[in-house]
Design a protein around this ligand. Structure first.
Ligand code: GDP
Ligand code: MG
Length: 598
């Protein structure tokens, strides 16, 4: 029957190995997108994705492939991000599929996120179809990469597809393998509806649009549906698939990947991982859903205009529908007023959330310095978790502080092992093991404080290995550390949003670095501003921002009107991301200064 000719798969890989380009070629070869509408990385349709050249969101499309066996197959392809901050998108995509296409760069070989993503797929018992991409590159060595896939990942790579997504080589071979290796979905049409919500997005007109994978039953407009975990019920207004723009369907059935709308306006009732069933004929039990993600870093998010607090709350609620890893709760800062403490999976995630809130919801925001979550053992025997340095209890009330550690895996050519070890050591890393991937490359494992790795570690790692290193990490418990809180005073007032935590050994140095950095970032005013760093009541660093003498409005010396407009626009944006604290204007960069030192 129908399902025999359905195949559901995700494309997974390390960042830049060519997932999105491979998706382009598949869309092209199957005539899903006309030549005229084709463009590079077509599925990266978010403005931010195109600007940055990276995939941020999973993206599901339906296409039809006419196989060499004479049958037409309906393929549901899900393109996924490769960056570690968006791995939740990958795991949610995989749960909607029977197979995963694993792309490995023929010149780079297996990298840290290749492994991380393939393990996610294996956890879900998916059929893995390996593809060695970029065989057009002069430095490509497909045979070596085949061997590496077998040795390091432990899957059969004998028949791996040799492809060039750029040149369009191997695409048909890949589609044949998808059709013949990945199993068709099973599940009964006659049973009550059982569909997994793997993503969602808020639409002003249609309400919440649910991305679903049907495991049993069917769904059509007019049906009464129930979200099993939240218990809310709705009437379906539309069902369809993305191909890649939305196409209405009369119904969706078991095995399909598509969308459902049901005039859902109450956004707090919808959650990814929930199960959609019939309101009147319910499935016996809900699908297992997803594990909740634990944020790695927290930061405060404040509107530059205090009156926009409620707008920000609404924007966060809507964005959360499309970014299930985002967490937030209200908080107040003496310096910044009312905002939200938000949890993110990493700094790129944080950056993307701020950008999306500003672009998609027309807000101007300040994010405060990010922090990991500390565990504080209090003198009275209780334990406190602190994700905002400003909330760190007084030293006299604490027995000890513990900080989160990660197990970091760094893959690198062996020429750079020395440089990597030096960097890790400097970041309070503890060497664990080192294993050879092949003759030339090793996987170096370190235990390190999360706070040392999450900020600018990756940039430092890249620059000390000429870009050759890749990094993956997972949480590995808490360990006691000798940590102190450093407060920053501007004009003699403590700015709570600038406080940060550092290891005692480096605290005074960090204090000095930050104060001199702030001096260059905070604009001059018509009076002198002292900038101080303090540990408790002890001042450890001090500098002054001199008063300005005359108007220093920047002049833009450029003749090109396009470039001029861009610069002005940039200036405007930079100007907006500014918050008045007392008499001092603090720009966004000031809150990030703490990340750029050490
Ligand atoms: P993703 O991060 O895995 O989605 O990778 P993209 O599809 O965005 O591609 C990353 C970069 O690799 C882009 O500059 C592509 O043009 C390039 N690329 C992708 N496939 C190939 C290929 O087969 N050969 C070559 N030479 N470059 C490729
Ligand atoms: Mg991509």
């Amino acid at each position: 029957e129908h399902q025999k000719y359905i195949r559901n798969f995700s494309i997974v890989a390390h960042i830049d190995h060519g997932k999105s380009t491979l998706a382009d070629r598949i869309l092209e070869l199957t005539d899903t997108v006309s030549k005229r509408d084709m463009k590079d990385q077509l599925l990266d349709n978010m403005e931010l994705e195109r600007e940055r050249g990276i995939t941020i969101k999973l993206n599901a499309v339906e296409l039809t492939y006419h196989s060499q066996d004479g049958h037409d197959y309906e393929l549901h392809l899900i393109d996924t991000p490769g960056h570690v901050d968006f791995s939740y998108e990958v795991s949610r995509s995989l749960a909607a599929c029977e197979g995963a296409v694993l792309v490995v760069d023929a010149a780079q070989g297996v990298e840290a996120q290749t492994l991380a993503n393939v393990y996610l797929a294996l956890d879900d018992d998916l059929e893995i179809v390996p593809v060695i991409n970029k065989i057009d590159l002069p430095s490509a060595d497909p045979e070596k990469v085949k061997q590496e896939i077998e040795d390091v990942i432990g899957i059969d790579a004998e028949d791996a597809v040799l492809a060039s997504a750029k040149k369009g080589i191997g695409i048909e071979d890949l589609l044949e393998q998808i059709v013949h290796k990945i199993p068709a979905p099973d599940g009964e049409l006659r049973k009550p509806l059982k569909a997994l919500v793997f993503d969602s997005v808020y639409d002003d007109y249609r309400g919440v649009v649910l991305s679903v994978r049907l495991f049993e039953g069917t769904v059509k407009p007019g049906d009464k549906i129930r979200l099993m975990n939240s218990g809310s019920e709705y009437e379906v207004t539309e069902v369809g698939v993305n191909s890649p723009s939305p196409v209405k369907r009369d119904y969706l059935m078991s095995g399909d990947v598509g969308y459902i709308t049901a005039s859902i306006k109450d956004i707090t009732q919808t959650r990814v991982g929930d199960t959609v069933t019939n309101a009147n004929d319910q499935a016996d039990e809900a699908l297992p859903g997803y594990r909740e993600m634990n944020p790695m870093v927290y930061a405060g998010l404040y509107p530059t205009d205090n009156a926009k607090f409620d707008d920000l709350r609404e924007a966060l609620e809507k964005l959360k529908l499309n970014d299930a890893a985002l967490e937030f709760e209200p908080e107040a800062s003496q310096a910044l007023g009312f905002g939200f403490r938000c949890g993110f999976l990493g700094l790129l995630h944080m950056d993307v959330v701020q950008e999306r809130l500003e672009r998609e919801f027309n807000l101007d925001l300040i994010t405060t310095a990010p922090s990991v979550t500390y565990r504080v053992n209090m003198a009275d025997g209780s334990v406190k978790t602190v994700d905002n340095p400003a909330d760190m209890p007084d030293v006299s009330a604490m027995k000890s502080i513990e900080e989160p550690y990660v197990k970091a895996s760094i893959m690198v050519p062996n020429d750079y092992v020395g440089a990597v070890m030096e960097l890790c050591q400097h970041r309070r890393g503890e060497f664990d093991t080192m294993e050879y991937l092949d003759e030339y490359r090793v996987n170096v494992i370190y235990y390190m404080p999360l706070s040392e790795i999450i900020f600018d570690f990756f940039d430092k790692l890249k620059s000390s290995t000429k870009g050759y290193a890749s990094l993956d990490y997972e949480l590995a418990g808490y360990r006691p550390s000798d940590l102190v809180k450093i407060d920053i005073l501007l004009n003699s007032d403590k700015v709570d949003a600038l406080s940060f935590i550092a290891h005692r050994q480096f605290a005074a140095d960090r204090g000095r670095e930050i104060t001199s950095k702030l001096k260059t970032i905070i604009p001059r005013q018509n009076f002198e501003i002292p900038v101080q760093a303090a540990i408790g009541s002890k001042i450890v660093a001090r500098t002054n921002i001199k008063a300005y003498r005359k108007d220093v409005t920047a002049k833009i010396h450029t003749g090109d009107p396009d470039r001029r407009a861009k610069l002005l626009d940039k200036q405007k944006r930079g100007k907006k991301r500014m918050k008045s604290v007392g008499k001092v204007e603090i720009p966004q960069q000031a809150f990030m200064a703490v990340l750029q030192t050490g």
